[in-house]
Design a protein around this ligand. Structure first.
Ligand code: FAD
Length: 478
């Protein structure tokens, strides 16, 4: 029998659930990827993620060829291309891995129906996470909405089911891979309407993920204490690889647990972060309404700032000219590289919602456009956490002070200097709050406020009081 594996956010040729299942159950297995015009429409031509996918596919194709197969690549609407390709190849079953985003679930249902109408099957597997959907529930059988008990239950579940980490082997079954037809080769980036970005995401592909992980393992022991300082290279940078599946979550979790067992305290903290990822995927699956609504519905009544002044403040936030150096440096990192450190995502999201009083959904959409690792579940969860509208969120009355955060997490100002070179000559006392420094002293270091660096667009103390009132009004109404 013949089958087809449809690759989506799982761009690797090892420990791959759908590929393993196809190989185990069929005589001949084709592999395909579709550059889906439904997703690509609206992205800028130099989108870093499209370039990353393209580079990762090149490596995936080469590795599948090494194993005797190869990748068939199409460009069009995936929900039409996949049933068409299945018919052309005459396969009985199309295999893919589960997706938990509402739009992807709806698309997959349509594909399953189209295939079914032709007498073909659509078979999907868990791959992206260790535990999905309803595999980790409360004792009462409900999905969790608080992280720590979820994490404890997740760890208990793993202790009871160590097989959840077993790799889905490919190589022993690789003889069943079918070579890709000659005419189906990977198109060039330009052929699908894209161009190389100025600052591509590096390194891409399975080899890129493996290199990053190896480098990170040298530092994982100190992750627990170092991870909050954006100037340091203390986190794994694997998020984009987890997003596109160029690494395997089972491999990462197995390794982290081994490191923890050998006394690397940071490995346990890192494992918690991987569990946060699964927590948010589970939340999105059970509560798809969070895509547009607050997890805590009462907060949908919040009167966010609107109108011209809010639009201007939003633009200043996007472009990194709020007058708060660490916020602006963080937005410069996002705009220039497509990455932002977690501490800074929390800070900039808090600043937008609590200092500028702007609806979290606007910030979430901006991140979605820019982040290389953009993932609906984690991004939505992170934004609702920062805005205090989500599950297990930051309490609304605890509001980050952007200057305190800056002094605490970038104490020497090195991160600020990297992304705001105009402030590079300022010392650690001035750099967090140039608006408070003596103007002559700044000038001597080449900085004139309003010319070289923005005056603050908002006063934190006043904004804090407005935010407390904004949330208090909701509490009073509830
Ligand atoms: P590491 O510190 O090495 O962590 C390892 C992995 O754990 C990450 O790669 C990621 O997959 C996962 N992880 C870590 N922290 C979190 C978290 N808080 N929630 C969920 N998963 C986590 N992460 C995304 O992958 N995509 C997003 O679109 C995204 N948007 C965010 C938006 C906001 C407002 C906030 C506060 C956080 C967001 N995060 C998002 C989570 C986190 O900031 C990134 O995963 C992390 O910064 C990536 O860097 P790293 O790979 O070096 O992480």
């Amino acid at each position: 029998s013949k089958s087809l594996v449809w690759f989506r956010r799982d761009l690797r040729s090892f420990d791959h659930a759908a590929l393993h299942r196809a190989l185990a159950g069929s005589g001949s297995v084709y592999c395909a990827f579709v550059f889906d015009t439904d997703i690509l429409a609206g992205l800028p031509p130099d989108d870093r993620r499209v370039h990353f996918i393209h580079a990762s596919l090149r490596e995936l194709d080469a590795d599948l060829r090494r194993l005797g197969g190869g990748l068939i690549v199409r460009h069009g609407r995936a929900e039409e291309e996949i049933p068409r390709l299945a018919a052309e190849l005459g396969v009985e079953t199309v295999f893919a891995n589960h997706d938990y985003e509402p739009a992807a679930i709806a698309r997959d249902n349509r594909v399953a129906r189209k295939l079914g109408a032709d007498g073909r099957l659509f078979a999907t597997s868990k791959d992206q996470v260790v535990f999905e959907r309803s595999e980790v529930l409360t004792l009462g059988g409900q999905p969790f909405s608080v992280f720590t008990p979820y994490k404890n239950a997740w760890l208990r579940q793993l202790a009871a089911n160590p097989d959840a980490l077993a790799p889905h082997e490919i190589e022993p079954l690789a003889a069943r891979l079918a070579p890709a037809p000659a005419a189906s080769a990977l198109p060039g980036l330009a052929d699908i309407g894209f161009a190389e970005p100025a600052n591509p995401v590096a390194p891409a592909g399975m080899s890129g993920a493996a290199d990053l992980f190896e480098h990170f393992l040298d530092r994982i022991a100190s992750y627990g204490t170092a991870r909050d300082f954006p100037a340091d290279d203390a986190t794994s940078r694997l998020s984009v690889h987890l997003r596109f599946g160029t690494t395997s979550i089972r491999h990462l979790v197995r390794t982290a647990r081994q490191m923890a067992a050998h006394g690397a305290a940071g490995a346990e903290v890192w494992l918690s972060e991987l569990i946060w990822r699964e927590f948010y995927a589970m939340i999105l699956y059970h509560h798809p309404r969070v895509v547009t609504q607050s997890f805590k519905s009462a907060f949908d009544a919040i009167a966010w700032e609107q109108g011209q002044a809010a639009d201007a403040a939003f633009a200043a936030w996007c472009e990194g000219r709020t007058g708060y150096p660490l916020v602006d440096a963080a937005m410069a990192q996002l705009n220039q590289t497509g990455f932002m450190h977690n501490r800074l995502r929390m800070l900039t999201a808090s600043f937008l919602t609590k200092d500028l009083g702007i609806d979290w959904r606007r910030g979430e959409r901006y991140f979605a456009l820019k982040l290389n690792d953009y993932d609906l579940a984690s991004n939505n969860g992170g934004w609702q956490w920062a805005a205090s509208t989500g599950c297990d969120a930051q309490p609304w009355f605890r509001i980050f002070n952007p200057l305190t955060q800056s002094r605490k997490f970038d104490p020497d100002g090195n991160f600020i200097r990297r992304y705001l070179p105009q402030l590079a000559a300022l010392d650690a006392r001035e750099i967090h709050a140039p608006m408070l420094a003596e103007p002559m002293l700044l000038l001597a270091k080449g900085v004139q406020m309003g010319r070289d660096y923005a005056w603050p667009i908002v006063e934190h103390e006043r904004a804090r009081k407005q935010t407390l009132a904004r949330f208090e009004a909701i509490r009073a109404a509830a």
